[in-house]
Ligand binder design. Structure first.
Ligand code: IPE
Ligand code: IPE
Ligand code: MG
Length: 241
């Protein structure tokens, strides 16, 4: 297991959980089997993140663009999400995890939405770690939504357009409620953000892993954190070497 320092942990980690489909293909199984295996990875990584003291974990579970996948695959993902929310309820509450969700949640099937809202409400006072599920989420869509709100408020005369700046944007973006991500991990070998946390990722450290999400282990998470801890964050400034 790679060694990590207890100090200097990334406060907020975002994960683009990619590679379920390829994992299944390699085993000659259908894609839904890959998503099922991916769901076990979620359990594993949530547990270890909480244990080591990560304050906020944001998991990209379903993108706004993923709705365009074949209906069968979307249905299987929604069914898995439903099962996850049912089976993890007790553990999330016992472990002091606060569940939150970002994205166009109105598009989720009603039974999923109900379970999600109930668990978010029931866990709202937990403070050990905030687990945010990005569902039907798109970074561009999220920014456009806030821009629309600003335009409405400016038209109504309740917002001076001159007051719109990056801070005001950050304060309105749901994905930024837990602050900007310090570390973004993408599994599955692709080196792109695919519309994840576009605003907050401005100064995030990026870690790309070739591991497919269903096989992403505790050791892989530690490797990503160790890499993060070896970097110097400069935020555009000059720092002494
Ligand atoms: C990630 O795995 C899960 C979702 C996007 C919902 P993929 O389904 O994208 O797996 P690959 O990239 O096809 O292997
Ligand atoms: C990103 O993966 C979305 C999630 C992990 C939920 P995709 O598989 O949808 O992204 P692309 O298509 O490779 O960019
Ligand atoms: Mg993919």
């Amino acid at each position: 297991m790679p060694l990590i320092e207890a100090r200097n942990l990334p406060r907020h980690v975002g994960i683009i959980m990619d590679g379920n489909g390829r994992w299944a293909e390699r085993r000659r199984e259908d894609r839904s089997a890959g998503h099922r295996a991916g769901s076990s990875s979620v359990r594993r990584i949530v547990r270890v993140s909480r244990r080591i003291g990560i304050e906020a974990l944001t998991l990209y579970a379903f993108s706004f663009q993923n709705w365009a996948r074949p209906g069968e695959e979307v249905d299987s993902l929604m069914a898995l999400l439903h099962d996850y929310l049912l089976s993890e309820r007790a553990e999330i509450l016992e472990q002091g995890i606060r569940l939150a969700a970002v994205g166009e949640l109105d598009s989720l099937p009603e039974p999923v939405r109900m379970l999600l809202d109930a668990l978010c409400a029931a866990s709202a006072h937990n403070s050990r770690m905030t687990l945010t599920l990005a569902l039907s989420y798109g970074g561009q869509e999220e920014i456009a939504c806030v821009a629309r709100q600003f335009a409405r408020e400016a038209r109504a005369g309740t917002l001076d357009p001159e007051h719109i700046d990056a801070h005001l944007f950050a304060s309105r973006l749901p994905s930024q409620r837990v602050g900007a991500p310090d570390l973004i991990i993408r599994t599955g070998g692709e080196t792109r953000l695919s519309n994840f946390l576009l605003f907050g990722s401005a100064y995030a450290e990026l870690f790309f892993s070739d591991r497919l999400w269903p096989e992403f282990s505790e050791a892989d998470l530690f490797e990503a954190i160790a890499s993060y801890q070896g970097r110097q964050r400069r935020f555009g400034q000059v720092v002494e070497y």
